[in-house]
Ligand binder design. Structure first.
Ligand code: AMP
Length: 479
């Protein structure tokens, strides 16, 4: 125990023996801060408001005590298709990962779990709901499909978890969430996890939680020391060439690359493949089958490069990811922290490399202000830009309205971009056609995923707050 009574060993958490065995199998030696704080609160049966993001160990923070509680008190009237615990997540990938954790930690217990999300055939899910289920992990849309088809009964839910609640609101799920809440029994335990706290989240928490316990773990706006960060200044049109070079030259075996748009992700994956580097893109337009396949191949090491948009990559938990590349910088500085949080996790070292065009310098400045660090600029001496410059190279992300364009100084001048451009295409204003640039990307091609806009709006509201949030002295009872 520490002097503020936080349990620092798993033994001190009083979890059931089969859970301790599963924890031991996972190789965890001590609970993470969110686990140490959240597990005792959940075990007491109270509501919980937790400020924690992916990578903190939050999944085990709610999964372990839920398994303990459900195991300790068997269902009074077990029925088919009527889960006792409902865990809602914003994305399919996160739902799958959370359910995998439920199975991992619950492997020595006789509790049943299922995962349900859209984009896949509903029939196997309907079949699964004909049996008794203890824990259901689901995305809101598919859950409501089941309710509509009367294949799911939510009247036995004893514990509700909203995981990554801020993302769910960003993605426009508030209506679905309210519909689902209306279908649940009034008497239940509620756990709400969110990385950030906007007014919307506070309103949701006020209506949902009764005298919640409060847990907040360090916001990861301070980037992990285990991640070595660097910036390569490079003209947008040369980025894919530099990336291929970096992967081949350094013999990288597993790289997660972030692009700003779905179209950009597709195009980059194609380019890498044509350079002989197996790569796949994952984003919202890909079928669930394609996303799952790409992710599992990436995880098992058969696919060295996964190209993803922020939304698709949200919540991905890939152990020991050695390299993250920002092919374009995100225009929301917090997303940089989320992105590079994919590497340097659970004690392993990682590298986060950003390819930055001079048009992106304002984004870089905003990121450096947020993380209070100047990211080292590194030149790759071994990189020789191709003599033939592609005609259809993508444009860098536009600066946001009101932001000044940056004129690169000598030190910040992109690799492959001379002070006086040899090739006008390198610095031509956005949208302008240059000779040889056959088709500037269309509006729809360059459009970020729709949820991004919502996310931006929500985050702007929340941004000036110095801390994540402070617990309300009095939280309304009832809904
Ligand atoms: P999460 O924040 O739930 O996505 O978890 C992030 C990663 O931390 C996952 O890969 C977990 O397997 C790992 N993890 C969870 N709890 C622990 C722990 N107590 N010790 C070490 N790693 C952990």
């Amino acid at each position: 125990m520490t002097n503020n009574n936080t349990v620092t060993t798993f033994a001190g958490l009083n979890l059931a023996e089969p859970l301790m065995r599963a924890i031991n199998d996972s190789g965890y030696t001590n609970p993470t801060p969110v686990q140490a704080q959240a597990i005792p609160l959940v075990l007491k049966g109270g509501d919980l408001l937790a400020g924690a993001q992916t990578g903190t160990g939050k999944t085990a923070g709610f999964t372990l005590p839920i398994l303990h509680l459900l195991n300790a008190k068997p269902a009074a009237h077990p029925r088919a298709g009527a889960p006792r615990c409902l865990i809602l997540t914003p994305t399919r990938e996160l739902a799958a990962q959370v359910e995998e954790s439920v199975k991992t930690y619950g492997k020595y217990l006789a509790l049943r779990s299922e995962v349900m999300f859209g984009g896949v055939n509903i029939n196997p899910q309907i079949k699964a709901l004909r049996s008794q289920i203890d824990i259901l992990v689901a995305t809101p849309g598919r859950l409501l499909d089941h309710v509509g088809q009367k294949t799911l009964d939510l009247s036995s839910v004893e514990i509700l978890v909203l995981d990554e609640a801020d993302r769910m609101l960003d993605m426009g799920f508030i209506r679905d969430i309210r519909k689902i809440l209306a279908l649940l029994p009034k008497q239940r335990q509620n756990l709400l996890f969110s990385a950030t706290f906007s007014e919307e989240i506070k309103t949701l928490a006020d209506g949902l939680l009764h005298n919640p316990g409060f847990v907040e773990v360090a916001r990861r706006n301070t980037t992990s020391e285990l991640v070595s960060q660097s910036v390569h200044m490079v003209a947008q049109k040369l980025k894919s060439h530099l990336l291929s070079h970096l992967i081949k030259h350094n013999d990288w075996k597993q790289v997660l690359v972030f692009t700003r748009t779905k179209h950009g992700a597709n195009r980059l994956a194609e380019k890498l493949n044509s350079d002989g580097i197996p790569a796949a893109a994952i984003h919202g337009n890909k079928s669930q089958g394609a996303r799952t396949k790409a992710l599992s191949q990436f995880k098992d090491g058969t696919l060295p490069v996964l190209v993803a948009t922020d939304i698709a990559a949200r919540g991905l938990d890939i152990d020991m990811l050695p390299h993250v590349v920002n092919f374009e910088l995100p225009n929301i500085p917090e997303d940089y922290v989320h992105r590079i949080g994919r590497t340097g996790r659970a004690g392993s070292n990682g590298s986060a490399i950003s390819l930055v065009d001079s048009e992106e310098l304002q984004h870089l400045k905003n990121i450096e202000r947020l993380i209070k660090t100047q990211i080292p600029r590194v030149t790759i001496d071994s990189f020789v830009p191709p003599t033939h410059i592609p005609a259809d190279a993508p444009r860098p992300p536009r600066p946001q309205q009101g932001q000044k364009r940056h004129t690169p100084t000598k030190g910040n001048r992109p690799q492959g971009q001379a002070a006086k451009p040899r090739n006008p295409a390198a610095t031509k204003p956005q949208g302008a056609k240059t000779p040889g640039q056959a088709h500037p990307p269309s509006r729809s091609q360059a459009k970020p995923e729709p949820a991004k806009y919502l996310s931006e709006a929500a985050r702007h509201q929340a941004m000036p707050q110095p801390a994540l949030f402070s617990p309300k002295p009095s939280v309304r009872r009832g809904k």
